[in-house]
Design a protein around this ligand. Structure first.
Ligand code: CA
Ligand code: CA
Length: 89
């Protein structure tokens, strides 16, 4: 996955386009994605439909600056870990 693809993916998650993915945005996006690519959620350690607690854990895992949201750098890190993303492009 190249930088442009990452950016595009980030924009899918960042619904209000403010440069941060919040827990609610993550939760919504994962729900939508689970419909099309259920394997993706498994690769990130989530169940289909996810839940708020899962999203919180996911954010905590990559939230370097501890503001409870995911910025682009943190998102990149998360994607590097999510092996299933290869099949998404
Ligand atoms: Ca946002
Ligand atoms: Ca952060």
């Amino acid at each position: 996955m190249n930088a442009e693809e990452l950016r595009r993916m980030f924009q899918i998650f960042d619904k209000n386009d403010d440069g941060h993915i919040t827990m609610n945005e993550l939760n919504d996006s994962l729900e939508n994605m689970g419909i099309f690519i259920p394997d993706l959620l498994g690769s990130l350690g989530l169940k289909q439909g996810g839940n708020v607690e899962d999203c919180r854990k996911m954010i905590n895992n990559v939230d370097v600056d501890g503001d409870g949201r995911i910025d682009f750098m943190e998102f990149k890190k998360m994607m590097m870990r999510g092996v299933g993303f290869a099949s998404f492009t």
